[in-house]
Structures are given as C-alpha cells and as structure tokens.
Design a protein around this ligand. Structure first.
Ligand code: ASP
Length: 325
C-alpha cells in the first residue's frame, strides 16, 4: 500500500469512528448508584441525573445496586459495556475498597475511566432519638458507661459511614458493634426507630432528620463547623475533643475502561455544565455540600485525587486491621 492509500485509509477510519460517536447519546444513560435508594449517594445521583438531562439531551436513569459497601455496584459498572451508557456515581468508598476487600471484582485505577469529581459532602455524628446524651461530652460518658453494648449503623465495609465509625472508635479507643445495611437510608429508618444507637451520616440525609428532631446530633466530622441553620450549634468533633478528626466524603463519576475518548469528552463536558446548574448548586449548598469547580473536574485531576485518597485510607485501614474476604 503506498503512502497516499494509507493516508486515505486512516482518514476514512477516523471519520467512521467520529461519526459512530457523534450521535452519543442516542438513548437513555444509566447512572448506577452502589447504595440503597433514598440515601445520600442516591440523592446526589438523582440531582445529577436531572442536571445532566439538558446537556446530554437524553433521559438519565438512576439504578440502585447496593450492598458490600458499594463494591457490588462498582463491579457491575467495571464489567458493563464501555459505550458510555452505563456510568457509576460512587463516593470515597472507591478509594477504600482495595485496602478492605481481599477479593474485589475490579481494579480502581485500571478498570474505570475517570470523568470528574462531583462534590464534597460533610458528615455528622447522629444518635437515636431517645439516647440519654444531649451533647458530645454526655455521649462520651454514655458510651463509656455502656461499653460493649453500643452499636453503630453503617452502609457496609468501605462505606463512608463505616470509615467514619472506624475513626470514631479509634479516636475513643472503644470498640462498638457495627451493623451493616445496604445504604444509610435503611440504617436511618432503624436509627429513628431506636434499633441502633449511632451513625455517621452525610449532611445530605442527616439535616432533614435533625430539623425534624427525629435524631440527635453530636458533632460534624469536618474540621470546620457547617454554616447550615440546623447545625449552627453542632461542634466539630475535633473541637469537641477528638483532635484532628476529619472525614470528608466525596463523590465522582466513572465509566467502564475502554469507553471511546469522544464519548468520555462528551460526558465530561456534560458533567461540567450540570455542576453549574443553579438549581443543583442551590440544592447541594443548602445541605452543606460543595460542588467541585477545581482541577478535580478534569479526568486526570480526578484520578490523581483518588490515588492520593487510596494511599491515605489504606494506611488508616491497615492500622485498624480491617478487611473482608
Ligand atoms: N452514605 C452512605 C455511606 O455511608 C451510602 C449511602 O447510602 O448513600 O456510605
């Protein structure tokens, strides 16, 4: 084949592959959420789905695949067809799963395309309504007096609530019984019903329950207090005595490895527009979340951030001796 034929051949191939993806998306896009419906990750994904509709020009569906701290849903997306129609909205658990699970159905840095970080979400430590402690100092006394009986709900190994609970037990040097759920939505129902005692939950879901006086709040898990009316009297756990206590949950958007670059570029552009949607920003900020607008919205910045989080959490998890087979 002479050079002219080769160039023509390459041009034809390039035109065909651009053409094949120029129409993307021409059918609904699905966001897999690896936790139960009604929880914080689900709410964030539903907000995002709504905001993505316009820039993508398609319906965006949310599909919940909860269980095993988010690893079931993440595995589903890692194995999905890499065509841009099945995406994953996952939180900090993406960076903790490799250290926690000896058998994991995916490799975080190899099996996904990183599409951009969505938001950062503070958490709060909350308790069942009848708990005999009205502030953090009371709570410490109550936990010490009930040693061996206190239980802590979470959304499974590697979930944000699990990590926060792990750090809480480490900071107090007291072991509690952890009770895993498929997401913090069902865990919240049991907390309100008094079947479990305590839970770390993202402000996204905790604030409405605190406002409704359905749960008690003992502190926020970030280093700064939160400028939300419902949390104006809530101290940071760090200022309440657990020095440097800091758990900040974040969410990101992922596609299966091998998704065509043109589709990834289209999805990243749509994500950027969605995160500027004034309705989405207003709703998220009212719950104390910050929508990402920095370099972590770039696929490379997102991946670099997740790598750093993986290093940070693998140390915490190894020190705590936690893992699942
Ligand atoms: N917030 C949960 C967690 O603790 C997950 C969820 O149900 O959204 O990880």
């Amino acid at each position: 084949m002479n050079i002219f034929n080769r160039i023509v051949g390459m041009l034809v191939l390039a035109t065909v592959s651009i053409g094949a993806w120029a129409e993307f998306p021409d059918k609904p896009v699905t966001l897999i959420v690896p936790f139960a419906a009604g929880g914080p990750s689900d709410k964030i994904a539903r907000d995002l789905a709504e905001a993505l509709r316009k820039p993508l020009g398609q319906t965006v569906i949310v599909d919940n695949a909860g269980g095993a701290g988010g690893t079931i849903g993440a595995t589903k997306v890692a194995k999905a067809s890499p065509d841009g129609y099945t995406l994953l909205v996952h939180h900090i658990g993406m960076s903790t799963a490799p250290a926690l699970y000896r058998k994991l159905g995916f490799k975080v840095l190899e099996d996904f395309e990183f599409l951009g970080l969505i938001n950062e979400a503070p958490s709060v430590l909350i308790g069942k309504p009848g708990l005999a402690a009205n502030n953090f100092a009371d709570l410490r006394t109550w936990i010490a007096a009930n040693s061996g009986k206190v239980n802590l709900a979470n959304a499974g190994l590697g979930s944000a609530s699990h990590l926060c609970g792990l750090m809480f037990q480490n900071a107090l040097k007291i072991n509690m019984t952890t009770v895993p759920y498929k997401g913090t939505a069902p865990a919240m129902t049991d907390l309100i019903g008094g079947q479990v005692d305590l839970m770390c939950e993202q402000a996204t879901n905790a604030v409405p329950q605190i406002e409704g006086k359905k749960v008690k709040v003992y502190g926020v898990t970030s280093l700064q207090r939160l400028p939300i009316p419902a949390l104006k009297d809530a101290p940071t756990l760090s200022e309440a005595g657990l020095k440097d206590f800091n758990v900040q949950v974040w969410h990101g958007l992922y596609a299966p490895r091998g998704t065509p670059p043109a589709v990834l570029a289209r999805l990243n552009a749509a994500l950027r527009l969605a995160l500027k949607d004034p309705e989405l920003v207003k709703r998220q900020e009212a719950l104390g979340l910050s929508v990402i607008s920095d370099g972590r919205l770039d696929p490379a910045g997102h991946k670099k951030f997740v790598e750093a989080e993986m290093a940070r959490w693998s140390k915490v998890i190894k020190d705590a001796g936690e893992y699942a087979d």
